[in-house]
Design a protein around this ligand. Structure first.
Ligand code: HEM
Ligand code: HEM
Length: 495
């Protein structure tokens, strides 16, 4: 049993908070995907867990979604930021101990939120399901995180503010405000109004509630997950490819346009709801205009890689990140198209949207998260990745699994849309039509699950074994120290 001093010592060590967060995010990924695969099978075998209320689809769904958004992607990205900031600011994190304690609080809050959701404690907003007693620790953790990050930025020993820092700073501020709004935290108790209306805890009234909900919902994707992930890509790609970023100006154009354009676009989720028309028009224009930040980011990264693409073949973590960037381009293009009224009328309420959601969160940002973990953990523990072959296999399992997952749902969505819109069939009559696509989704999901298990094994073994591969040992013998071994940021994992 470790004494408390040993725990404090460990928490004070450089990069310990980054390691803690990256490992926690990997565990959340495993649990979140386990819930996903369970639900996916429930959609084809509805009685799979009949009689166990905690495992019914309607309870697992919000647990899966929140765990993946906040537990998997959120925590992994915190790890990435804690790794990046001290390096770009040339100063230690303020402080590693605080960041470690924050990750403990964050993990406990996500665990409590998931247990509440499985037991039916749900606030009833999409992406804002956690009940109020979970929202308070989450909000404290978000504000605390912003304070750690800004104190580190202010203490930086370099004048320049690198683009990743802009994105990290913006993200932590935006999410602290968004979470408060999205969970209607100023209204934690149910109120009975004199006119007989009931306003439930964590809700405003009627359509206003939906408008606020989607203001929050899409901004969580755009100003938390997207900007949080982009921050890491802007650091990792030039670093691993050992080349300067193509254009600092382009990256700032991307930052300010995403910051200004994203806010109103959330209403594109309500294009078929009776919200004011001006809100819909605003949302559609904003959604199409998002092409500007998307293209400036993707062009910048791809131009940075110009002449260096062969590195993406050799270096698995870089390949993961660049594939994520490619999926980001694809999903954003799809997003702009499906925001148009004629397209949206056809695909709304169908599995097409679930396909889009996974292309974005698992495709774009899940790949970026996997690349981050596979690159940073070996750097932190100064040991090569346990198995490059396992990481390679994980990449192909993710790629084939996600592509099949996405196309099965896209086809299911088109079949549902055609049945309702073109053939005028009742919603329920379209279920037998989508069942084969659901079976296909479960099959492809199994490949992704296998990939997730591979990552878990690889990281566990990297942390616990001291085995060095032959090529690495040879280089180690020739080099005088680790710095010499990793001259320009090329990590041990890549040797
Ligand atoms: C093998 C992996 C996964 C499987 C099998 C899976 C399965 C599912 C299923 C069955 C649903 C419910 C869809 C519905 O309501 O019809 C769902 C929803 C969702 N999942 Fe996953 N999931 C996986 C991984 C992930 C990951 C890694 C993320 C995020 C990083 C994620 C984010 C979401 C989101 C945001 C939704 C809500 C989508 C919407 O409402 O359109 N999933 N998932
Ligand atoms: C230019 C970029 C994008 C545009 C214009 C866009 C547009 C849309 C639209 C119109 C919908 C609603 C479809 C419907 O229900 O009718 C939607 C759903 C969704 N989008 Fe995007 N999208 C974009 C990028 C992204 C990104 C980068 C992410 C993730 C980080 C994302 C995550 C989602 C999710 C999870 C949903 C499902 C929400 C739900 O119904 O539960 N999108 N998107």
């Amino acid at each position: 049993m470790k004494s408390i001093e040993q725990i404090w010592d460990w928490m004070d060590r450089p990069d310990s908070a980054a390691l803690h967060a990256l490992c926690s995010g990997t565990v959340w990924m495993f649990v979140g995907v386990t819930l996903g695969i369970t639900m996916s099978n429930e959609l084809t075998s509805p009685d799979l867990f009949a009689g166990i209320p905690q495992l019914v689809f309607s309870r697992l769904r919000p647990a899966h979604v929140n765990m993946n958004l906040f537990g998997f992607l959120g925590t992994t990205f915190y790890g990435g930021w804690y790794f990046i900031l001290p390096r770009l600011c040339r100063t230690p994190l303020r402080t590693n101990r605080e960041a470690n304690l924050l990750i403990v609080l964050w993990n406990l809050a996500i665990l409590a939120g998931s247990i509440s959701l499985a037991n039916g404690g749900n606030q009833g907003h999409e992406y804002g399901e956690y009940p109020w007693y979970v929202n308070f620790p989450v909000e404290i953790a978000l504000i605390w995180n912003a304070s750690i990050i800004f104190r580190t930025i202010l203490a930086r020993e370099v004048q320049k503010i690198y683009v990743s820092i802009w994105y990290i700073g913006g993200t932590v501020l935006w999410i602290s405000v968004l979470y408060f709004i999205g969970h209607v935290m100023w209204h934690p108790f149910t109120t009975y109004l004199p006119d007989g209306q009931i306003v439930h805890a964590g809700a405003t009234i009627g359509l206003d509630d939906a408008v606020w909900n989607w203001f929050y919902g899409h901004n969580v994707f755009g100003l938390y997950i997207t900007t949080g992930g982009i921050a890491i890509v802007y650091y990792l790609v030039p670093k691993i490819a050992k080349t300067p970023l193509y254009s600092h100006a382009l990256s700032l154009i991307g930052f300010w346009t995403i910051a200004l354009l994203y806010a109103p676009t959330g209403q594109h989720h309500l294009l078929l709801a009776p919200i004011p028309n001006w809100l819909k028009i605003y949302a559609i224009i904003g959604s199409v205009a998002l092409i500007v930040p998307v293209f400036s980011f993707v062009t910048n990264i791809f131009m940075t890689m110009s002449g260096k693409w062969s590195k993406a073949i050799d270096i698995v973590s870089l390949r993961f990140v660049l594939t994520g960037v490619f999926f980001y381009l694809a999903v954003s293009f799809q997003g702009s198209i499906q925001s148009l009224m004629t397209v949206n009328r056809f695909i709304h309420y169908t599995q097409w949207v679930v396909g889009h959601a996974h292309l974005a969160l698992l495709g774009a940002f899940g790949f970026i998260a996997a690349g981050t973990v596979l690159y940073m953990i070996p750097q932190i523990v100064r040991r090569p990745l346990w198995s490059r072959n396992l990481a390679d296999a994980q990449y192909w399992l993710f790629l084939i699994g996600l592509t099949g997952f996405f196309w099965s749902l896209t086809a299911a969505g088109l079949a549902q849309g055609s049945a309702w819109m073109l053939l005028g069939q009742q919603v329920v009559r379209a279920y037998p039509v989508v069942k084969p696509y659901f079976l296909l989704r479960s099959t492809f999901a199994t490949l992704i699950y296998l990939g997730v298990i591979f990552e878990l094994i690889n990281i566990y073994m990297t942390l616990t074994t001291t085995r060095l591969d032959r090529a690495y040992s040879d280089r180690l013998n020739k080099a005088k120290n680790l710095e010499e071994l990793m001259p320009a940021g090329l990590g041990a994992s890549e040797l």
